[in-house]
Design a protein around this ligand. Structure first.
Ligand code: NAD
Length: 386
């Protein structure tokens, strides 16, 4: 294609968190320009953001509906929209853009309910648009290496998976002190049926299924709300049963003092096991039965020989750390390559197709609903739909 892809954004106004991460990541590899946006629920702040980003004032919109209407009439209309609003807006915005013919990159959790997620899956199939979901942790090269090691059978049969995502930033009721990100995350009307387990538990669930290729089939969950007066869970502990008979543990927390973004996973197989930590993402630990622990380090030639996906999703040489922004950018670039192939009527390469989609979004919503159901039930073990 002889031009960059044109991206519009909904959300990501002044003071927002993830919108700016998307903007940096989308532009990292030079395939995408940001040309339009309805950046904030407050039209004045949307305009302010558009000015700060040097976006054409004619393309800085008061509402996403205005953006759809006016962009649809342009010759140089956006190719896709990135949705970076709180959760309650994801479904209506994604639906309207897809039905107007635009491709979509959406934040997680994808919707508010499983019913909405399944409806969106149908709309994506019907409109034949490209839909990316920002489960950014699958974008790390060492996560792709881990996935490929499991796929090649290096671990043998998977017996056990331990995955955790502890944070400590919600130990105090900062949602009542005006903290923007805490306010909507603890409000069921904007966050959905779960708090912590929806916000970060879904990342843990997605990571476990991505690396192992297994599917969770039953969950026994115990959600807690430790901060008095809070309406949603701020801590969750789950036992997992996988479809191959493997067992697992998943915990997510936002009241664990001292923890920052401690996403980590341990995968135990019959032949060897793996360990990866998001806060030290350039290293993958491989443990064997009768030898020392191996440290596989990003950017080395031996990584690419084992995993072409890890190599493709690496930019700079070993020893210069790559992390959060690059992982986001990997999802964007794979999404963009797929989109370019789609626009040119070509078949995207399997390596380009390696980004989370609407199907991951359905799994995420099923996970949330199953955990909430299990936590409320006295029988505990609850089936996770296939
Ligand atoms: P935030 O509160 O910092 O920002 C939300 C922004 O959306 C604000 O600017 C707000 O004005 C705007 N907004 C709300 N409704 C809107 C509407 N109808 N039209 C236009 N703009 C609107 O929230 P955040 O922390 O950036 O989270 C946003 C989303 O990103 C959530 O779904 C969250 O789960 C997700 N998120 C994902 C990750 C990740 O690692 N993938 C990390 C953080 C947040």
């Amino acid at each position: 294609m002889k031009r960059k892809l044109r991206m519009g954004m909904v959300g990501g106004g002044p003071g927002a968190f993830i919108g700016e991460v998307h903007r940096k990541a989308a532009r990292m590899d030079g395939l995408i320009d940001i040309v339009a946006g309805a950046f904030d629920i407050d039209p004045a702040k949307s305009l302010q953001m558009g000015q700060a980003l040097c976006i054409d004032p004619d393309r800085t919109y008061s509402t996403y509906k205005e953006m759809i209407k006016k962009e649809s009439n342009r010759d140089d209309k956006i190719d896709f929209v990135a949705i970076t609003t709180p959760n309650n807006w994801h479904f209506p915005i994604a639906k309207d853009f897809l039905e107007a013919g635009f491709h979509v990159m959406c934040e997680k959790p994808m919707t508010m309910t499983v019913a909405e997620a399944k409806a969106l899956e149908k709309i994506v199939a019907k409109t034949k648009r490209v839909f990316g979901l920002m489960h950014n942790y699958t974008g790390y090269p060492m996560v792709k290496l881990a996935r490929d090691m499991v796929k090649k059978g290096d671990l043998g049969k998977i017996l056990k998976v331990v995955v955790q995502y502890p944070q400590g930033w919600l130990i105090k009721p900062i949602e009542r002190e005006g903290q923007q990100q805490a306010a909507w995350r603890t409000d069921p009307k904007q966050s959905g049926a779960a708090g912590c387990i929806g916000d970060i538990g879904t990342h843990a669930e997605n990571l476990a299924e991505y690396i192992t290729g297994l599917r969770i089939k039953e969950i026994c969950a115990d959600l807690s709300t430790f901060v008095k007066g809070r309406l949603l869970d701020d801590d969750g502990n789950c036992l997992l049963r996988f479809d191959n008979g493997a067992k697992g543990l998943l915990h997510a927390s936002q009241i664990s003092i001292g923890e920052e973004n401690g996403l980590a996973i341990w995968v135990y197989g019959e032949k060897s096991s793996l360990e990866w930590h998001q806060e030290h993402p350039n290293y993958l630990y491989v443990k064997v039965i009768d030898g020392p622990v191996q440290v596989w380090r990003r950017g080395n030639d031996y990584i690419g020989k084992k995993s072409p996906a890890a190599k493709k999703n690496t930019r700079i040489p070993f020893g210069h750390p790559e992390a959060f922004l690059e992982a986001f950018a990997n999802n964007y670039t794979n999404f963009a390559e797929t989109l370019i192939a789609c626009i040119e009527g070509k078949k995207p390469s399997p390596l380009s197709l390696d980004f989370p989609t609407v199907h991951d979004g359905v799994r995420g919503m099923q996970f949330i609903e199953t955990v909430v159901k299990s936590s409320k039930s006295s029988q505990k073990w609850t089936k996770f739909p296939k």
